[in-house]
Ligand binder design. Structure first.
Ligand code: T1G
Length: 700
């Protein structure tokens, strides 16, 4: 029994303690230790009850995800749990922190479960493209009913201990010290003559299952789980829980678990699990870097972005000063914020009291001295370099010493902005994504002189406001937009070549994108794209580049905001417009752009995705992103790329970089080097049969 699991006894109560930091994951030594400890308990005649408890910050938080993809090693978790459950003496799981996945499954292998009020329990395997593969799909329905179990497993969301207690997943809530509370509970059970209660011997309550239940559940989850593989497998397991005996259903669960484990979806979603943790680590900024104290925040500019940005800080309980240029603009800005909150209340996701609390945290100012005591100032004004320089020059005069001066610019050069101040070390980009109070991505743009404590403070503050922050370098468009430009360019080029915009969008949507490139262009605003086109540094010399966007902007078709763009918008749903097709055709003729017949879906995806992957390789070579997985996090959190694709760089690895480069050669022959010459890094990896992931690992 390794030191990750220990056995001890105090009187008639045995304690089986797991100590496997950081989250007591069920690595092989832990599984072995559990098996041996429960055998020891069974053989210990003095022990009348056993408590399974964990050291550290949490109960077992699941199987050890780092073991996935390697050959499974005995003892398998289902086997350990079955042996635990077979104990003739009662066993109690004592839960604190988060009992998740295999952790909850192990707790369900105990005969009783107690938890402290702040604990949470859940089966989040679906977030990893998996299903609860250690009998969770069979035990949870027996404990809380099939509907509640499905809700928990399909959403992957943990239940707070109180709700789990009400539902029947936790038998006892213990206040105060967990070990003492669990011991008292065990003694009480013994005094009541409680017997081992084995979930596997229970029946599922079928009272809520009629002939339509599963079909209706399938329909109900379709939108939220579109394209994902694992949810349907979970549903099949729960169907088995009410149709076949436990042992057969467990066999079915195991088969479907292996299908999930071997799926490209799970590989992608597990990749993202680690990617989202890796991106919080900045290679040259130690995790113990002292941080600046942020108590009060200012947001300059009360437009849509500024309002959304201000909400993020208020939602985290921070005081925010919204600064505008005059009272009218300020009132309008505060009105935008209130309206956003009112919409959230109307959707039932916020109470009126919470709205009032947040609004009370947001005050207004029209003079700079109203923000001179703020610790962090986020500029969110119009995307114009001259205006931003003017503002930062003013901030340099009025902001308190040590204040972090952030710009929400989406493309402009942070170094150029910093250079107008006497404190370039305090300047950083905080690039939010619209809607700023909804999208989880935040690109932190590091200038040449940005101080390490500014970076560390920004990373920590991002977590406070529940954003996924990725540190990027200075270039036109940073990481996300810079890679999105070729994606949009390919969509635009195909429209010129006669491919219907709606076909391009449908293929992208079916691939998994939340919205196709043309719908996104209309959402962002064709006028915004056109402005980028005119400000694009080192823009490719190509008169056809985004020419349809320009022509549409010239006739006032800006997209959703004007009711017409690439599509017409009666409501929010896009309707193709023959006028746009005619404009594209006319421009194609004027520019001599050949029309394409019979474009395959495969070509559409290759041109959309591989153009991004190539740009991503250039970004890595230039050091604008620290790792390929950081780029993946950007696209999953900021551009609606589905988690089951893992992000553009992971997708390239999954396809095979040799295949990516081979496909690019087809387009290079048709369109030349400007867009389709493989980045040196990509060409090198393709040639050597390596992946971006392997490159990242070798690059430390
Ligand atoms: N396996 C291995 N490492 C893990 C891990 C796990 N299950 N969970 C977390 N870590 C690492 C993580 O990579 C990070 O490492 C450190 O622990 C702190 O994590 C059979 C098959 C528990 C809520 O999906 O949700 O059980 O970066 O930064 O914010 O049916 O970790 O420090 O080197 O996230 O306090 C199911 C996954 C697995 C839970 C804590 N369980 N973990 O959050 O810390 S599949 C899960 C979490 C399974 C069974 C199936 C969170 C947390 P490093 P952290 P946190």
């Amino acid at each position: 029994m390794g030191d990750v699991v220990s056995y001890s006894r105090e009187g008639e109560i045995a304690y089986i303690t797991v100590n496997n930091p950081p989250v007591n994951a069920l690595s092989l030594p832990v599984r072995q230790g559990l098996q041996q400890s429960f055998q020891k308990f069974a053989a210990d005649a003095e022990a009348k009850a056993a408590i399974l408890i964990c050291d550290g910050r949490t109960f077992i938080a699941g199987a050890d995800i780092t073991e996935f993809g390697k050959p499974p090693e005995d003892p398998w978790l289902p086997k350990v749990i079955a042996e635990m459950e077979a104990c003739e003496k009662i066993t109690i799981a004592a839960i604190h922190g988060t009992a998740l996945g295999g952790g909850l499954e192990t707790a369900m292998g105990c005969h009783y479960r107690c938890a402290v009020p702040a604990a949470k329990v859940g089966l989040p395997e679906v977030t990893l493209g998996l299903l609860p593969g250690a009998t969770g799909t069979q035990r949870l329905p027996r404990l809380i009913g099939p509907k509640a179990a499905l809700d928990a497993m399909i959403s992957g969301k943990p239940l707070p201990a109180g709700k789990a207690h009400q539902a029947g997943a936790v038998d006892e809530i213990v206040e105060g010290d967990l070990k003492a509370g669990a011991t008292a509970y065990a003694k009480r059970l013994l005094s009541e003559g409680a017997k081992p209660r084995r979930i596997s011997e229970m029946d599922v309550d079928k009272s809520e299952i009629d002939q339509h239940f599963f079909a209706e559940y399938r329909n109900g989850m379709a939108r939220a789980t579109r394209g994902f593989f694992a949810p349907e497998q979970i549903l099949k397991c729960v169907e088995a829980s009410v149709t076949v005996p436990y042992a057969d259903a467990v066999k079915r669960e195991n088969e479907l678990f292996m299908e999930c484990m071997m799926s490209t979806h799970s590989a992608a979603q597990r990749h993202l699990f680690f990617a989202e943790r890796a991106c919080t680590k900045v290679p040259d900024v130690p995790s113990n870097t002292p941080m600046r104290d942020i108590k009060k925040v200012a947001v300059l500019g009360g437009g849509t972005m500024g309002g959304g940005i201000a909400m993020n800080f208020a939602n985290a309980g921070l005081q925010v000063v919204l600064k505008e240029i005059n009272t009218e603009a300020l009132e309008r800005g505060l009105g935008i914020i209130r309206k956003n909150y009112e919409n959230t209340v109307a959707k039932g996701r916020m109470t009126p009291e919470q709205l009032d609390e947040c609004m009370a945290l947001i005050t207004g100012a029209i003079e700079y001295d109203g923000i001179s005591d703020c610790d962090l100032i986020v500029e969110a004004v119009f995307e114009n370099m001259a205006l931003k320089k003017e503002i930062f020059a003013e901030l340099d005069k009025v902001a308190k010493k040590g204040a972090i001066l952030a710009s929400n610019t989406s493309t402009l050069d942070i170094d150029e902005i910093a250079a107008v101040t006497s404190r370039p070390q305090d300047v950083i980009g905080w690039h939010f994504f619209a809607p700023a109070n909804v999208m989880t991505l935040l690109e932190l743009v590091r200038g040449k002189e940005t101080a390490k404590d500014v970076i560390a403070t920004s990373m920590a503050m991002a977590k406070t406001i529940r954003k996924t922050a990725v540190l990027v370098g200075v270039c036109f468009g940073f990481v996300g937009n810079r890679m999105f430009f070729p994606y949009i360019s390919e969509a635009q080029q195909m429209i010129l070549e006669g491919v219907p915009a709606e076909r391009i969008d449908q293929v992208a949507f079916d691939w998994g994108m939340a919205m196709g490139p043309n719908g996104v262009s209309d959402l962002s605003g064709l006028d915004v794209l056109d402005k980028v086109n005119s400000e694009w540094k080192d823009r490719p010399e190509d008169p056809a580049l985004w020419i349809v966007v320009r022509k549409l902007v010239e006739i006032g078709r800006f997209g959703q905001k004007t009711g017409k763009g690439i599509y017409n918008y009666a409501g929010r749903s896009p309707v193709p417009d023959p006028e746009v097709t005619a404009i594209a055709k006319a421009e194609a003729e004027r520019l001599g752009v050949a029309q394409l017949e019979n474009v395959s879906d495969e070509e559409i995806i290759e041109r959309l995705m591989f153009s991004m992957i190539n740009e991503g390789a250039l970004i890595l070579e230039e050091g604008i992103a620290s790792r390929p997985s950081d780029i993946d996090v950007v696209f999953v959190h900021g551009y609606g790329m589905p988690r089951y694709r893992g992000g553009p760089m992971h997708y390239g690895d999954a396809v095979g970089l040799d295949k990516v480069v081979a496909a690019m050669e087809k387009y290079r022959k048709r369109y030349g080097d400007t867009y389709w010459k493989p980045a040196p890094l990509l060409a090198e990896l393709a040639k050597s049969g390596k992946t971006f992931d392997q490159w990242a690992a070798s690059n430390g």
